[in-house]
Design a protein around this ligand. Structure first.
Ligand code: GDP
Length: 140
């Protein structure tokens, strides 16, 4: 299996409820190693740029407002098939549809305030990691 890296974001609904450690415990139990991590307050421009692929979607404005409503924790996760492994640990976008035991089933408030972001492909992971981290910040 290939060792990969993926970008994860612990979203404002989760930082507000002090869930960073609980979410990290699920990620680590899933076999992912947190090789970089930083707590940041996104600017509107950063949130718009990060979610640019969604700019035509009806939920784009609300999503940007939500993502700047409080601090987030951006992190790089490393492990075998890290992209898919993290998506599995996260659960479905809508927490009502997320499998039990997943982060979103346990912690998400609703389809928007769903506690975590995770890259959806290796290609996007590389782009998203570079959005937040320099090589020197990532310690494998
Ligand atoms: P993800 O890859 O599972 O995070 O889902 P998407 O890439 O499709 O959507 C990005 C983010 O937009 C989601 O994690 C949610 O925070 C938000 N989102 C997605 N779909 C909806 C929706 O139908 N309504 C609202 N309000 N937000 C949504």
């Amino acid at each position: 299996m290939a060792t990969e890296r993926t970008l994860s974001i612990i979203k404002p609904d989760a930082t507000r409820r002090n869930l960073t450690g609980s979410i990290n415990a699920v990620l680590e139990a899933a076999g992912l190693r947190i090789v970089a991590q930083r707590r940041v307050r996104l600017t509107q421009a950063q949130a718009e740029a990060f979610y640019a692929v969604h700019k035509e979607r009806p939920f784009f404005r609300g999503l940007v407002e939500f993502m700047i409503s409080g601090p987030v924790v951006v992190q790089v996760l490393e492990g075998d098939n890290a992209v898919a492994r993290n998506r599995e640990a996260m659960g479905a976008t809508d927490p009502k549809k997320a499998a039990s035991g997943t982060i979103r089933a346990q912690f998400a408030e609703d389809i928007e305030a769903n506690s975590v972001h995770g890259s959806d492909s290796a290609e996007n992971a590389a782009i998203e990691i570079a959005f937040f981290f320099a090589q020197v910040d990532i310690v494998g």
